[in-house]
Design a protein around this ligand. Structure first.
Ligand code: HEM
Length: 459
């Protein structure tokens, strides 16, 4: 926890959370004016072929790696020649890359040697916005906080959500233009995930796109993940989000106090659990948990919704198989999530000196588990770069991680994708990607910023 978090937490009783974030923003701006901006300057340049480089020159933290399609040969070389690889300098500091499936499982499962604290991105979030989330806490604190909110995605709740999700998917799909190009991200992926999030949070439905905007800001600073977000805009967005979420909390608390029947949304669940009922008094943790659930369920599911369309366009024989046999949808969902790997990695810090696959890692070193590489590890998956719906072990992908932090929303994400594809196949003969998609600048979120498609309806 930074000193600033402590100040914020103590000040909470007297000063509203959004004003505190605003205060931090002003403080940071003044500090930047005096000591300069510590954000790395990231300018896109053509990434050289990996064969031209010595092993020590390889830096897979480059946020343009995915967009330039270079990530495949880079990670393959690391897996083959240096599966636990040290990069001494990068815009995000020195770090180890772990790129083989089995080694990542070892690291992810050993939380005592490889800590998720203080956060899980490769770089450093802007000061004061190193918000506390249980994805970046070790047991036992992690387990308490996760335990408090995981009921929202319990199987019983998901069963109840299925009809609602399906009706929302239908509404969105029935409104889509046919025979003319449109941006799949805007009209389908973002729209559907924001509707789902508004439901999970019981957030005002008409403001749902704000959730998308805020979480994009919160996860995409240059120093944290190589993103392109302007720091001032980020502070403003987080202050607005803090205000809105704390209003939502107080509004719900008041309704509960008046005897209203508790809902099954995340905020109410937090208010009902002894571990989190006073979370509002720990603002950085409060914000962190909400952001975690919103970010967790936003970029990832959204990019899987887009990635599936792109994959099926790149492997048209697979699209034909799917159109001929809709019962393949559950298998399709696993393969989409493996192939896309919406989050490229999670980062850990070694808590003691240790040896991993022959490499000596020192206490305090940064260790990055590249799930995007594990899912393309030929030691685990046959022809891993191909998209194969009936791949027998697709569901063993590491896109959701493994170990104590394994994704809490995995079942929900799979449910949303299954319903989306069932409903798409029931309506459309073809979904054609008509232009090369545009990619997000990030080394963390593997996503798209635009994907133009044209739909052909059935019959
Ligand atoms: C954790 C990926 C959807 C909520 C994680 C982790 C990954 C991940 C890689 C960390 C795993 C680790 O450290 O071992 C994904 C992907 C998704 C997805 C690829 C969609 C395809 C969702 C959804 C939600 C969600 C829909 C919302 C309910 C969370 C939470 C955690 C988490 C709360 C923290 C779990 C913990 O620390 O115990 N997710 N996620 N995720 N995810 Fe997801």
């Amino acid at each position: 926890m930074s000193v600033l978090d402590g100040v914020i937490n103590r000040a909470q009783a007297a000063i509203p959370m959004d004003l505190q974030v605003h205060g931090l923003h002003l403080y940071q701006r003044a500090k930047r004016a005096v000591v300069g901006d510590k954000q790395p300057t990231l300018v896109e340049e053509p990434i050289p072929d990996v064969d031209e480089l010595a092993l020590t020159e390889i830096d897979v933290s480059n946020p343009f790696m995915y967009g330039q399609g270079q990530w495949l040969p880079y990670f393959k070389r690391l897996r083959d020649e240096a599966p636990v690889h040290y990069r001494a300098s990068s815009p995000f500091g020195p770090y180890w890359s772990v790129t083989r499936y089995d080694d990542i499982v070892t690291v992810d499962k050993d939380y005592e040697t490889f800590s998720a604290e203080p956060q899980i991105v490769i770089g450093v979030p802007p000061e004061g916005l190193d918000i506390e989330m249980f994805i970046a806490m070790d047991p036992p604190r992690h387990d308490e906080q996760r335990g408090a909110v995981q009921g929202v995605v319990a199987p019983k709740n998901l069963d109840e959500m299925e009809d609602l999700i399906r009706s929302r998917v239908r509404e969105v799909l029935d409104d889509l233009p046919v025979h003319e190009p449109f941006d799949w991200l805007d009209k389908v992926s973002i729209e559907l995930t924001s509707r789902m999030l508004a439901t999970l949070l019981d957030f005002p439905y008409e403001d749902r796109r704000k959730l998308v905007y805020w979480t994009e800001l919160a996860a995409s600073s240059a120093a944290a993940t190589g993103g392109a977000t302007d720091l001032d805009e980020m502070y403003r967005g987080v202050a607005e989000m803090a205000k809105s979420f704390s209003e939502l909390w107080h509004d719900k608390a008041a309704r509960l106090a008046q005897g209203e029947e508790p809902g099954y949304d995340l905020i109410t669940l937090m208010q009902m659990s002894p571990d989190t009922k006073d979370l509002i008094n720990r603002p950085m943790e409060f914000l962190g948990n909400l952001i975690l659930l919103v970010v967790g369920g936003n970029d990832t599911t959204r990019n899987s919704m887009s990635g599936g369309v792109f994959a099926l366009n790149q492997f048209p024989d697979q699209f034909d198989r799917l159109k001929a046999d809709h019962s393949l949808v559950p298998k399709l969902v696993h393969e989409i999530i493996r192939w896309q790997t919406p989050l490229a990695y999670m980062r850990r810090i070694a808590t003691r000196d240790t040896v991993l696959n022959g490499q000596f890692i020192r206490e305090g070193d940064k260790v990055v588990m590249w799930y995007a590489s594990a899912n393309r590890d030929e030691r685990r998956f046959e022809n891993p770069d191909d998209f194969v719906i009936e791949r027998p072990n697709a569901r063993n992908h590491l896109s959701f991680g493994i170990g104590v932090h394994r994704c809490m929303g995995a079942r929900l994400a799979e449910l949303q994708l299954r319903i989306l594809w069932e409903e798409l196949l029931a309506r459309f003969e073809d979904i054609e990607v008509v232009e090369e998609p545009e990619y997000l600048q990030s080394n963390f979120v593997r996503g798209y910023t635009k994907m133009m498609v044209t739909l052909t309806p059935l019959g």
